[in-house]
Ligand binder design. Structure first.
Ligand code: BV8
Length: 236
């Protein structure tokens, strides 16, 4: 096996499942109880901002629950990154803060962060761990009524796409963990990695929508599969 010099890892909601956070499309997932078009689009926010703010307030309160903590999969990624001599980039679709709490450093939240809020009047983005209301004042410009979760809704451009594609074009290993491969552009990253000639691996509970695009796969819970797989990579 040629030496691995540059790794891109993509994670989705599945990596946080064993930490106690729901996924989206599993039977007990978030989209089983609420519709995307009612809470996760700019149109929904314009139509019913109270409902959208409450949807994210509930999830943000959930993050503050002491029972929610990084699991062995998050910890294994942070441990591997710390010891890896090459380039390592972790791109997550998740808006929870479990990767940073596990110690990951080169980390991009392409769909934003639940623990941050953005002012649409002055574009200030800051840490935000309490509830957001339609009359919350911006801490930077004091404007009232323009605060929103710093989260990427459907139809909005994900963050740091140039940096992500540059990393994919230069990587020799792409590992996708805990994602169903339903949401673009993230679901297309494996294609970019293949174009770059990278080795492509899927670590998931079950085959994703894009399973056939991966050269290798290991199926099982991330908390078990990810530590073992990265421990072996570290000794390859
Ligand atoms: C954009 C933040 C363009 C909000 C989210 C091409 C074709 C078709 C449609 C499109 C396309 N291009 C764009 C679109 C539209 C849309 C899209 O992809 N729609 C889909 C549904 C068809 N995409 C967008 O709108 C994106 N924007 O493309 O902009 C643009 C261009 C110019 C100018 C402006 C804009 C924006 C998408 C981002 C939306 N925001 N999240 C929030 O969190 O509330 S997406 C949401 O889905 C989450 O981020 C989530 O992470 C993401 C993906 O879901 P998964 O993470 O994969 O979770 P899921 O439940 O689906 O799967 C979990 C997996 O884990 C399963 O496979 C399961 O088996 C596994 N699992 C479960 N337990 C475990 C496990 N694995 C391991 N261990 C376990 N224990």
């Amino acid at each position: 096996m040629p030496e691995t010099r540059s790794i891109v890892v993509l994670t989705g909601a599945g990596i946080s499942r064993e930490s106690g956070l729901h996924t989206f499309r599993d039977a007990d997932g978030i989209w089983a109880t609420v519709k995307v078009e009612d809470v996760a689009t700019p149109e929904a926010f314009a139509r019913d901002p109270v409902r959208v703010q409450e949807f994210y307030n509930e999830r943000r309160r959930g993050l503050a629950n002491t029972g929610i903590a990084p699991n062995p999969a998050h910890l294994a990624l942070a441990e591997f990154e710390a010891a890896f001599a090459g380039d390592f980039l972790l791109v997550t679709q998740n808006i929870d803060d479990l990767h940073e709490r596990a110690g990951s450093r080169e980390l991009i939240h392409m769909h934003g962060e639940l623990a941050k809020a953005r002012c649409e009047a002055c574009d200030d983005v800051g840490e935000w761990r309490e509830d957001l209301y339609i009359d919350t004042a911006c801490p930077a410009c004091t404007q009232v009524g323009d605060m929103r979760p710093h989260v990427v809704w459907f139809g909005e451009m994900p963050f740091e796409m140039d940096r992500i594609y540059a990393a994919l074009e230069g990587c020799d290993l792409f590992v996708s963990i805990g994602t169903s491969g339903n949401v673009y552009p993230a679901a297309g990253f494996v294609q970019a990695a293949r174009m770059a000639g990278a080795r492509t691996v899927e670590l998931n509970l079950e085959p994703s929508e894009g399973a056939t695009l991966f050269e290798e796969a290991v199926y099982g819970p991330a908390g078990t599969v990810v530590p073992g797989w990265f421990a072996k990579l570290a000794t390859d």
